[in-house]
Design a protein around this ligand. Structure first.
Ligand SMILES: [Zn+2]
Length: 116
C-alpha cells in the first residue's frame, strides 16, 4: 500500500463518518417531525372525542359507554380535587411543623405553635 492509497482510504473514512452524521441528523429531524404530527393528531382526536361527548350524552352507542363513564368519573374527580385545593388555599402552613392549619386558628392543631 502506498501513501496515495492510504490517503484515499482516510478520505473515504471521513466521508463515511460525515454521511453517518448527516443521516443521524436527518433521522432525528424526521423523528421530531413525526412526533409533532402525532401530537397534532392526538389533539384532533381529543377535540373530536370532546365534541362527540358534548353532542351525544345520553344517546350513545354501546361501545362508547365505558368511555363516557370514564369522562363522567374524571370530571367528578376533578371537581372533588378542585374543592380540596380551594380548601387548602384557605389554610396556612405551620412554620414549625409544616402542617396545614385553618386560616383562623391561633395555634397549630398539630404541634401547638402560635400562628400569626
Ligand atoms: Zn405545627
Amino acid at each position: 500500500m502506498d501513501w496515495d492509497q492510504i490517503g484515499q482510504k482516510i478520505t473515504g473514512l471521513g466521508r463515511d463518518v460525515s454521511d453517518k452524521v448527516k443521516e443521524t441528523a436527518e433521522v432525528a429531524r424526521l423523528r421530531q417531525r413525526i412526533r409533532a404530527e402525532e401530537e397534532k393528531l392526538a389533539g384532533a382526536y381529543q377535540a373530536i372525542g370532546k365534541l362527540y361527548y358534548e353532542k351525544h350524552d345520553g344517546e350513545i352507542c354501546e361501545e362508547y359507554i365505558p368511555y363516557f363513564e370514564h369522562v363522567g368519573e374524571a370530571c367528578a374527580a376533578i371537581e372533588e380535587f378542585q374543592g380540596q385545593l380551594n380548601e387548602l388555599k384557605k389554610r396556612k402552613i405551620c412554620p414549625e411543623c409544616g402542617a396545614a392549619v385553618e386560616e383562623t386558628s391561633a395555634f397549630c392543631s398539630h404541634c401547638g405553635h402560635k400562628m400569626n
